[in-house]
Ligand binder design. Structure first.
Ligand code: G6P
Length: 368
């Protein structure tokens, strides 16, 4: 039963553990014979995608962080601009639309007032079409958009979004490939992405198998007032999402920074009282990140580095390394999301907060 906690203590924990099956469900019928099956978005979608020269993505909260990851993917693989903006900003400002842009909303509920208002505003702004990446088939956003890509995460009860986020990332990757195929993406690139997606449920499961170790690690955070999260590249939005999760359910002040920006301010905050969590990329930015880790360590900071086994970062004074097994670079954001969700969950449990229903927050913000 979708609204039953089963053997889990909280809906949030249940939803975190549902992610391997949610990802598989979201991929179902959309990858056929190792190819992304674009037709699931409708024949007219292909015609629109052929013309697309830019994307404008609008969302709030966790959905906004999914959009930020998509920006890295789109600009790397499609080589077209991908603009991302928070709905409450977009709806109230004068915007300039790049010709032949596709307008995309991302929303778990499909009812967030600011995102809906941005969608309505966009209708008069000359976009090619609107598309929503949404988890609620019967929602206003689905009704109001030209195209829909459903995320199939199932009912999400915990206010802090978890499985809807990974389902959004998977959907955005499918969408990116669909647009790419309409614009002549190379087969080898599609294969590389499909390969990563097909292995993702298993990779997420391996990350979930580390839950006990994360539970232990969470003790180091429960008494702290602040936590800093660092990332680079496509893992920077994952650091932002990790900080949001920790704030939402444990009420610990958390901030995320792009690691290269450390020297422009947050270094001043470093001391042993503020843990720094690093979401390390398994790519060309790793070496850069290692020097950011050193910047924090040498100033007496206390680091928790989530890194690929092959990253070759060792436990040392001030550095606790947590190994994450992620073979595929493009889907690494989804894999690293799992320990971040578990960490905030276990910290909140120690603090005894109302995990599924955090104070002052709503699952769906349908009024301004
Ligand atoms: C609220 C929820 C968040 C969610 C955000 C956007 O703030 O508490 O978890 O990410 O709304 O919601 P949406 O339904 O549009 O994704």
């Amino acid at each position: 039963d979708a609204v039953d906690k089963g053997n889990y203590r909280h809906f949030m924990l249940k939803e975190i553990f549902e992610q391997p099956s949610v990802v598989a469900e979201t991929l179902e019928g959309r990858i056929v014979d190792h190819q992304v099956y674009v037709e699931t978005l409708g024949e007219n979608a292909t015609k629109i995608f052929e013309q697309v020269d830019a994307l404008q993505i609008i969302a709030c909260g966790t959905s906004y962080h999914a959009a930020l990851v998509a920006k890295y993917w789109v600009e790397q693989y499609l080589k077209i601009p991908c603009l991302v903006e928070i709905a409450s900003e977009y709806r109230y400002r004068d915007t300039a639309v790049i010709p032949n842009s596709l307008f995309i909303t991302i929303s778990q509920s499909g009812e967030t007032a600011d995102t809906l208002a941005a969608l309505n505003k966009a209708k008069d702004e000359g976009y090619l079409a609107s598309l929503t990446v949404c988890n609620s088939p019967a929602s206003s956003m689905v009704r109001e958009s030209d195209f829909t890509l459903l995320t199939r995460a199932g009912a999400e009860i915990g206010v802090a979004s978890t499985k809807a986020f990974t389902a959004q990332l998977v959907s955005l990757l499918l969408l990116m490939v669909s647009i790419g195929k309409a614009k002549g993406m190379e087969k080898a690139v599609e294969q590389e992405i499909v390969d990563a997606l097909e292995h993702l449920p298993h990779e997420i499961q391996k990350a979930l198998d580390q839950a006990e170790a994360i539970d232990k690690l969470s003790e180091a955070f429960a008494e702290k007032q602040h936590t800093l999260f660092l990332g680079r590249g496509q893992q920077y939005p994952i650091a932002m999402e990790a900080a949001l999760k920790l704030k939402e359910i444990s009420y610990i002040h958390a901030e995320a920074y792009a690691a290269g920006e450390l020297k422009h301010g947050p270094l001043a905050l470093i001391d042993k009282e503020m843990p720094t969590v690093v979401v390390a990329p398994n790519d060309n930015l790793l070496e850069k990140l290692k020097s950011n880790v050193e910047e924090v360590r040498s100033r007496g900071g206390n680091l928790f580095v989530f890194a690929d086994k092959s990253a070759n970062i060792q436990d040392s004074n001030g550095i606790t390394v947590f190994p994450v097994d992620s073979q595929y670079r493009i889907t690494a954001p989804m894999v690293y999301t799992i320990p971040m969700q578990l960490l905030s969950y276990y910290v909140a449990v120690i603090k005894g907060t109302d995990v599924d229903q955090p104070r002052n927050l709503a699952k769906s913000v349908t009024v301004e």
